[in-house]
Design a protein around this ligand. Structure first.
Ligand code: ZN
Length: 195
């Protein structure tokens, strides 16, 4: 039996794209390229998981609350919505699931799995992991925004769960605050295919 390809798109949300409150340079271009790529491969992936930062108004990661980041991805606002051209393509697939993270006020979750002491602590992360484990063989492709923050942390957490071998990273559809160096270094150091 051949491995089932699974795609995780990390935080393709308006606030992380040019014009948003926490914009990552190159994000729009990366998301348009990803939309284009997926539009001709709607059935290539067995399942597509899209993660979304989904914060309350007074989330601990915001500078006003003493955190690191400007206000972003407040739930039920435009900034938290998935980038429209990508959403339009995903709407044509029947196998897409949206997964939320960062919903509780006092905890930030760069990774949808949010592993603590070896345990997945985010419900939507458990859902993704349960699906992966239900497949006999699987390859997990990861891409999204930001490469050096939420994408990287998702990869680190997932590699604790399934090892690095079934993980593949699309760097062309990833935008990073640091231009991509951290992500590339991590993948190279851990023998994760990045292309
Ligand atoms: Zn956030």
């Amino acid at each position: 039996m051949s491995a089932k390809p699974i795609l995780i798109i990390v935080d393709p949300q308006n606030d992380f794209i040019e014009g948003g409150s926490l914009a990552v340079s190159g994000a729009q271009k990366a998301m348009l390229k990803l939309s284009d790529y997926l539009s001709t491969r709607l059935n290539l992936f067995d399942r597509i998981f899209v993660t979304q930062d989904f914060h309350p108004e007074d989330h601990c990661s915001f500078t006003e609350q003493g955190g690191t980041w400007p206000k972003h991805c407040i739930r039920e606002t435009f900034g938290a919505e998935v980038f429209k051209p990508l959403k339009a393509v995903l709407d044509k697939c029947s196998n897409v699931e949206y997964c939320k993270k960062g919903q509780s006020k006092d905890r930030d979750q760069y990774s949808v799995f949010d592993i603590q002491n070896g345990e997945i602590t985010n419900e939507d992360g458990k859902k993704i992991y349960d699906y992966i484990k239900s497949c006999d063989k699987f390859d997990v492709f990861i891409t999204g925004i930001a490469g050096d923050v939420c994408v990287l942390n998702t990869i680190k957490d997932l590699s604790q769960l399934i090892g690095t071998k079934p993980i593949f990273v699309f760097k062309n559809y990833t935008a990073s605050l640091d231009g991509g160096q951290k992500l590339e270094d991590y993948c190279n150091e851990n023998s994760i295919d990045i292309f």
